[in-house]
Structure formats: structure tokens, C-alpha cells
Design a protein around this ligand. Structure first.
Ligand code: GDP
Length: 319
């Protein structure tokens, strides 16, 4: 059994590789919901949607979010009606948001709504939101206390970041099945997602970090930082704002209390050697997922390395 912790864009590419090599009934994907927002009164869960669209083969490859080949007539019309249009919800994508909002209004939990949406898309792998409670990632900047989507989409992540918090997390509970999926897995994988705004909100839900500590699974993370910078997006700036080094060492430090293995890009071979000297297990392999073959190769290489027993310590000569 394989359990993945993930955000949206980087994570979805990694999950795409995994889904091609792991039977769906062996795959559980625990998804960040700290980016969730109410948009035109609709409940939008951007990371859950990216993962669901990816598993259904519907994710737009050009944009990395939303539905392939979608149109934007509703967005255009809402703009003509004087409504905000900075969050780009396509027409087909809107159907998901309307369906989720309806299910929640009918009294379903986010987990139940997610299950119904996944079933309607023909998805067999298990997708779990990190929590059924509202947890909101808030980014404090000189321009104000912003939601993640305001910071990321509306303002193009240009504001200097003072701090990040997860409003509501301390009162939240993991969604049903989340801690069990971590505890009973053979392997837990942290996707190459933004550590601060995709993985940290999941870890902030009480009980999830403890499940990682207590799990007997091999726990491996793929670094979203390559060559001292994020592959895409603001992960570097956000890590720096947390006082972390923007490097594979910074990623290893962030996950240090439960991580068994860090998977890093071949470009970081020298930094990997330094990290090994400090006692961290590191696996070097190409991690940039441009083509489908890259995604499959990274998924295979990560799983193989995670399942390998750690090298025995060098024998100490007797005197
Ligand atoms: P979000 O929720 O949409 O922000 O998506 P994620 O957090 O899942 O993904 C964003 C992260 O993925 C960024 O930190 C990127 O550096 C990382 N990322 C994106 N593409 C790749 C890739 O091809 N390889 C690796 N190693 N990281 C990637």
C-alpha cells in the first residue's frame, strides 16, 4: 500500500507517474486543502481538483490546473456583470465546484463529496482531503493578511512574505482514513510539492505528524527544490521566510522528524554528498518531470529507493 501526501501542480505530475505503475487499489492520496476558497459562493478545492483531474486524465497539460480543453464563457460573463475574475475557473471546472457545493449543502462532508466527485470521474485510487474541517493557509505580507489564492493567483506571489499560518488547523481533525492510511502503508511518499504551503498544512492537522512518527512505513520525500531554487512557484521565497535554507538541506531539515529518505535531482549530487555526511539517506535521480517518461521514471526510482533497506553502516575494525 502506498500513501502520498501532496499539493496540486508538482504533486499532480508525480501522482501521474505513480498511477501508471501502481494498481489504483494500492494508492491513497492525501491532499492539501489549505488553498480552498469560496469563489462566487462556490466551494473550490484547487489541489483536490488537480489530483482528481490528473487521475481522470482530464488535467490541462498546458496550464497544469483546470480541465483540458476547457472554455471560459462563464468567467467572461461574470466579468461583464462586474464580478471578480482573477481566479480562473473554466466552464467544465465550474461543474465540479457546483457539484461539491451542492453535496456540502446537502450535508455531506468534504471527504464524502470528494469520493462522489472521484467516482463520477471514474477514479479508482483513493483521494482523501487532509481534513473535513476548514483550514485556511494565510500568508502575511506588507500588503496584508492574504489567503493563499490571493497571494498566489491574484497577486502573482510578488509580495514579500512575513509569515505563514494555517487558520483553523489546531481545531481540525484528520479526515476519516487519513491517519490509518499513513499508519498501514508500506511506503509514504511526500510529493515534490511546496513544503510550506502544500505539505505543512497537512502536517499541521493534529494527529497526522504523529501518524508519520508511529508508522512503520518507509517515508520518502521528493525535493521540489532543485539546484537551490524551486522548479516552479514561490516555494523558495516561502522557505526563506520560514528561516529555511532554499536547498535540499532545507527540505531535509523541514521533514527531519519523520523522513527516512530524500530523493533529490541529479543536479544536486554534490549537495547530496554533503547531506549524506550529516546522516541523511539521499537518493539522486532526475526529478524534473517534463515528459510522461520522466514522471514514470521518477515514480519508479522513488519507490525502489524507498523500499530498499538502508545501507548497513561501514564495519568497524576490531583492535
Ligand atoms: P500547488 O499546490 O499548485 O502549489 O502545487 P504543489 O505544491 O504540489 O507543487 C508546487 C511545487 O512543485 C513547487 O515547489 C515546485 O518546485 C515543485 N515542482 C514542480 N514541478 C516539478 C518537477 O518537475 N520536479 C520537481 N522535483 N519539483 C517540481
Amino acid at each position: 500500500m502506498i500513501t502520498v501526501l501532496t499539493g496540486g501542480t508538482g504533486g499532480a505530475k508525480f501522482v501521474d507517474g505513480l498511477r501508471q505503475i501502481v494498481p489504483p487499489e494500492e494508492l491513497t492520496i492525501i491532499v492539501n486543502t489549505g488553498d480552498d476558497l469560496l469563489w462566487w459562493g462556490l466551494r473550490v478545492s484547487p489541489d483536490l481538483d488537480s489530483i482528481a483531474y490528473m487521475l481522470a486524465g482530464k488535467l490541462s497539460p498546458e496550464r497544469g490546473w483546470g480541465v483540458k480543453g476547457d472554455t471560459f464563457f462563464c468567467l467572461q460573463t461574470m466579468g461583464q456583470m462586474g464580478q471578480p475574475t482573477w481566479f480562473h475557473a473554466g466552464d467544465r471546472d465550474l461543474a465540479t465546484h457546483i457539484f461539491r457545493t451542492k453535496l456540502l449543502a446537502d450535508g455531506k462532508t468534504l471527504s464524502e463529496a470528494t469520493r462522489e466527485i472521484a467516482a463520477s470521474l471514474g477514479i479508482k485510487a483513493r483521494i482523501l482531503p487532509m481534513s473535513d474541517s476548514w483550514v485556511e493557509t494565510r500568508v502575511l505580507t506588507p500588503a496584508g493578511d492574504l489567503s493563499f489564492e490571493e497571494y498566489f493567483v491574484q497577486r502573482w506571489y510578488q509580495d514579500p512574505v512575513e509569515s505563514v499560518r494555517f487558520a483553523g488547523a489546531s481545531d481540525a481533525e484528520p479526515a476519516p482514513g487519513v491517519t490509518e492510511a499513513i499508519r498501514s502503508a508500506d511506503v509514504v511518499l511526500l510529493a515534490p510539492s511546496n513544503p510550506v504551503t502544500s505539505i505543512a498544512p497537512i502536517l499541521a492537522v493534529p494527529g497526522i505528524r504523529e501518524a508519520l512518527h508511529e508508522s512503520r512505513a518507509h517515508i520518502a520525500a521528493v525535493s521540489p527544490i532543485v539546484g537551490g531554487a524551486a522548479v516552479t512557484g514561490p516555494a523558495g521565497a516561502l522557505m526563506a521566510a520560514q528561516g529555511l535554507a532554499v536547498s535540499i538541506a532545507g527540505v531535509a531539515y523541514f521533514y527531519r522528524d519523520f523522513l527516512d529518505l530524500l530523493v533529490v535531482d541529479s543536479q544536486d549530487a554534490d549537495a547530496a554528498e554533503d547531506l549524506r555526511k550529516s546522516g541523511v539517506r539521499v537518493h539522486c535521480t532526475p526529478t524534473i518531470m517534463r515528459r510522461n517518461e520522466d514522471r514514470i521514471a521518477l515514480a519508479k526510482s522513488t519507490l525502489d529507493a524507498a523500499l530498499q533497506p538502508p545501507a548497513a553502516p561501514a564495519a568497524v575494525e576490531r583492535t
